[in-house]
Design a protein around this ligand. Sequence first.
Ligand code: FAD
Length: 462
Amino acid sequence: METFDLIVIGAGPGGYPAAIKAAKLGLKTAIIESREAGGTCLNRGCIPTKAMIHAAEVLESAKTGERFGILADNVRYDYGKILDYKNEVSAGLRQGVEQLLAANGVTVIKGLASIEKDKTVTVASGEERTCYGAEKILIATGSKPLVLPIEGMDLPGVMTSDDVFQMQDVPESMIIIGGGVISVEFATVFQALGAKVTIVEALPRILPGMDKEISQNLKMILKKRGVEIYTGAFVQKVEREGDGFACIFTEKEKEHRISADALLSAVGRAANTDGLLGEGTTLNIERGRILVDEEFRTSMDGVYAIGDVIPGIQLAHSASAQGIYVAERLAGKEPEVNLSIIPGCVYTSPEIAGVGITEEEAKEKGISVEIGKVMMSANGKSLISKEERGFIKILADAETKEIIGAQMMCARATDMIGEFVTAMANHMTAEDMRKGMRAHPTYNEAIGEALEEMAGGAIHVM
Ligand code: FAD
């Protein structure tokens, strides 16, 4: 039986960086993957959605180019080519991951892994079963779409986010159950491609985890574009109706029945532990997710878990940071990353990004904060690109002056949030952040302005 210092199970954004880091640090490492390298993120998540969002944005710019003196008549799209482009991006990145694993000497094993007693892992590939030994095992098996136990949700044709990518045409109308990040991103794409989209969300607002002002603004923007949104709406049943679907839900005790050609369920993700445990092996699992301590140790000696399969936020960068953290620890290194400062991004138009505490959370927790907020309407770059909608809001602890949160809704918010992640990871105050100047004209000049506002007054605000 071949043995390794570390066997990683799952080659998503949690597993593959962990394997590469471990190999770079001298550990004999293998990675086992049952599907494609890159996991949900590269194949059915972050990357394909952002490629489709990018295509939708290009379409929108072409249609609205007249604002910049660009005249393009008869702007259309070819959905098949959008899918080809999306697949090409995913394939390129997937190939990159495979090459990186090989270049770093990681042994890649294809098949479904299950953990047996005595730190052995069995890999099933077709009829073949192979056993491998490991000093340490890292579970990075990720997640899969959650299907709510509601009548009709298992009807053929009801889609999850995995299935949407298989759709060969844009439907005329689409109902999306759930109003979280995945929902509003798909709503943005399909609305731009001409579908009539309706979102049905059980909680009182869409993007329930984000800043309230942001979710209210996004609701308004999406509605203005023609997306119908029901919040506080509880789905009772899904039925087939002709070639499409009907969704029956109650909202403020009133029953609604809406119909559409397509129905997408985007109600969250369930941890992927199918077939992971061999006979006689157990792990502490709660609500389907593998429980770990602060060092990502599971209840089984020598077995660690990271990413979507454990409790906590399910994001690619968080999974990657956790994976690298575990690899460094196993190689005897002291990791430097702060795993609790996790940016959250939504790739709508305008983009949304947040990190740390929101204004409402500060109020709820009785934390006294100083807030610096500016609208993007006075930012030169935003006016140039006619993307002047939105704002940047920065929160500092009123006592220590440390930055404890930032929320933004504006062009390039998902890139700019990095400034605050670095600031928070280094316990910087607003004053520390003000020490650096920002290039002109850029969107992130508005960060400088929000910091000035916090210090007593932004320059470009009357
Ligand atoms: P995964 O990426 O799920 O990878 C797990 C891998 O393990 C899979 O390849 C699977 O095949 C393999 N596996 C499972 N069980 C076994 C087994 N027993 N043996 C062998 N292999 C196994 N996150 C962001 O940060 N930004 C975004 O913009 C973003 N957009 C998203 C959009 C959508 C539509 C979706 C669905 C998700 C999105 N996410 C985004 C979330 C992100 O994709 C996940 O948080 C991330 O992929 C989790 O990484 P992971 O490595 O834990 O798991």
